[in-house]
Design a protein around this ligand. Structure first.
Ligand SMILES: O=C(O)CCC(=O)C(=O)O
Ligand SMILES: [Fe+2]
Length: 215
């Protein structure tokens, strides 16, 4: 069952408060990204942050989920998907409902907690890291008869960026999993189809650019 949700894109930012939030989130995303890159090996962050991630930019989405009409069955606010970003920072209000899928396919509730933000890694980082980092599969389920609100800040490569894992990141003796692709081409692939936006099957970055995967 799907529930109507009101989604507004603010790009460029349209008011001061959002602008301030956006610049704080940009700083946070840069910090998170640098930290995550350090997990890929000694010196990777120093070597590749400037060359590959310096031109990242953010956009903010405000999600307002209308209250489900009935609670008989679990209402889906946002279907399972992965984000097309490098990293996403999510603020969810106190209603809850955000769930992340574990590697073995179990849905885990991400309970809201005051002054806590959720960070998801996105498809671009999965491809750039040759799958050493995993784009999180997540969704929103509406369990309460009230409106729900969230802010998602997506930190993304520039449109023209060619996404390619450096040889050093792939690692000697390891197979390269993704062909190089232009960032905007993947966004088009996902956004040209309603299923691609919020359904995973057939529209992952691997379906798009995975070596040996059909496009
Ligand atoms: O509403 C949420 O908590 C998550 C939103 C989300 O995943 C998205 O906008 O991509
Ligand atoms: Fe998302």
């Amino acid at each position: 069952m799907s529930v109507k949700s009101f989604r507004t894109e603010f790009y460029p930012y349209q008011c001061e408060v959002l602008q301030e939030y956006g610049s704080k989130m940009s700083e946070l995303s840069k910090g998170v990204l640098k930290l995550v890159l350090t997990t890929l090996g000694d010196g990777i962050e120093t070597k590749y942050y400037d060359s590959d991630f310096k031109n990242c930019h953010g956009y903010l989405r405000i999600n307002n989920y209308t209250a489900p009409e009935s609670l008989d069955e679990e209402a889906e606010g946002l279907g399972m998907h992965t984000d097309m970003s490098c990293v996403t920072v999510v603020y969810q209000d106190e209603i809850g409902g955000l769930q992340v899928r574990s590697k073995d396919g179990k849905w885990m509730n991400i309970a809201p907690s005051e002054e806590t933000l959720v960070v998801n890694l996105g498809d671009m980082l999965q491809a750039w890291s040759n799958e050493q980092l995993r784009s999180s599969e997540h969704r929103v389920v509406l369990k309460k008869p009230v409106n729900r609100f969230s802010l998602a800040f997506f930190w993304c490569f520039e449109d023209e960026k060619v996404v390619l894992a450096p040889d050093e990141v792939v690692g000697e003796g390891n197979k390269r999993i993704y062909r190089p692709f232009v960032c905007s081409e993947y966004l088009k692939f996902r956004e040209s189809n309603e299923k691609g936006r919020f359904e995973k099957v057939g529209f992952t970055v691997k379906d798009f650019a995975g070596i040996g995967f059909p496009m």
